[in-house]
Design a protein around this ligand. Structure first.
Ligand code: GDP
Length: 365
């Protein structure tokens, strides 16, 4: 699962990306590796993992990860192939969620591509490019569907209705995720598989200066007002300041710097957790003496699906799962104690895994 960072040039995207890639310096439990210059795998900070580690004392610990892609080159006119735009729009299509960075800081030394700081206008510029790209996709699809629809094909007729709703919404400047005329069935049946860019879940990252790191500023307020109907998270992050902090060698020094600006943890940690949520992901744990590990599954996964993340054979040969609620594990202190207390549950194929479950799988090979 991937989250893509988008935004106009000079709003702080690469600084954010580098900040995440340097996050390793902020906490031992926070490694990062860069797959390609613009793709990184970031560990998801999770205090529960540290707690399990302290109880089980395993040889190693493996946190959950998310992939972050820095999508540069998005400018006005990108949907028409201006600059490198078109290729990058292709990159966005491959992501599962979008982190939209908005410049909410003033700095006369950093040129704004449109001449002034105005995050709401910037957001609209980017949204419009993405909507135009989606419109292109929808128009192409419509052409094919209309042909089938004219021959009397009932499914094609239904599809045409759904696509026309999307087309109208996009032409009015709305993102697909906000087109309320679409029914859940239409989305599921006809729209979801088009992988439209403005249908992906989005989170707004307001890049503020140091003074705004905790409570934001007037620009952030304007962003919040502008997106209030989108049901999207607005996260405040002093990207430049955090990048400076990651430059410091000493852990204690970094903590002090963070406390000085009023933060108890780096905003980037919060961002990663939010991105994980935005991707609709949750975590279950395995807690053995060799390894304590956080595994990532989509919310709503069944026990066999969760097992399949470890190995496909686990899913195919699934017999049952032994499940301990995270709170029970921590309160009682060990698997043995949980068993003694009769709190380990045996669950079958239908079990829907809950966030934080500590699990063992039994399976046939
Ligand atoms: P991108 O084009 O969106 O990737 O933007 P960059 O991350 O390259 O940032 C553009 C410029 O703005 C760089 O010179 C950064 O150092 C600077 N910058 C990024 N974030 C901040 C910030 O929060 N405050 C200030 N004053 N400058 C920033």
């Amino acid at each position: 699962m991937k989250a893509g960072i988008v935004g106009l040039p000079n709003v702080g995207k690469s600084t954010l990306f580098n900040c995440l890639s340097n996050a390793k310096a902020q906490s031992a439990n926070f490694p990062f590796c860069t797959i390609e210059p613009n793709i990184g795998v970031v560990n998801v900070p999770d205090s529960r993992l540290e707690k399990l580690e302290s109880l089980v004392k395993p040889e190693r610990v493996q946190p959950a990860v998310v992939e972050i892609v820095d999508i540069a080159g998005l400018v006005k006119g990108a949907s028409k192939g201006e600059g490198l735009g078109n290729q990058f729009l292709g990159n966005i299509r491959e992501t599962d969620a979008i982190l939209h960075v908005l410049r909410c800081f003033e700095d006369d030394n950093i040129v704004h591509v449109d001449g002034s700081v105005n995050p709401v206008r910037d957001k609209e510029t980017i949204d419009m490019e993405l909507q135009l790209k989606d419109l292109e996709t929808v128009d192409k699809k419509l052409e094919k569907v209309k042909r089938a629809s004219r021959t009397g094909n009932k499914d094609a007729q239904k599809e045409e209705v759904a696509l026309l709703k999307v087309k109208k919404g996009l032409e009015e400047g709305r993102s697909v995720r906000a087109i309320s005329e679409l029914t859940a069935e239409e989305r599921e049946e006809f729209i979801y598989n088009l992988q439209l860019i403005t249908d992906k879940p989005v989170m707004y990252v307001c890049n503020v200066d140091e003074k705004g790191a905790v409570n934001g500023n007037q620009y952030v307020e304007k962003v919040k007002e502008a997106v209030k109907d989108e049901n999207a998270e607005v996260l405040v992050l002093a990207v430049g300041t955090e990048a400076d902090i990651t430059e410091l060698d000493d852990y204690e020094e970094r903590q002090m710097f963070l406390q000085d600006i009023g933060l108890d943890e780096p905003g980037s940690a919060k961002l990663i957790r939010s991105a994980y949520k935005l991707l609709n992901l949750q975590t279950y744990f395995t807690a053995g003496v060799k390894e304590v590990r956080a595994w990532t599954i989509p919310i709503g996964s069944s026990a066999p699906q969760a097992a399949g993340v470890i190995h496909t054979d686990f899913e195919k040969g699934f017999i049952r799962a032994e499940v301990i609620a995270y709170e029970d594990f921590v309160n009682l202190g060990s698997e043995a104690k949980v068993k003694e207390a009769g709190k380990m549950k045996v669950e079958g194929k239908e079990y829907i895994v809950r966030d934080g479950d500590v699990m063992h799988f039994r399976f046939n090979v």
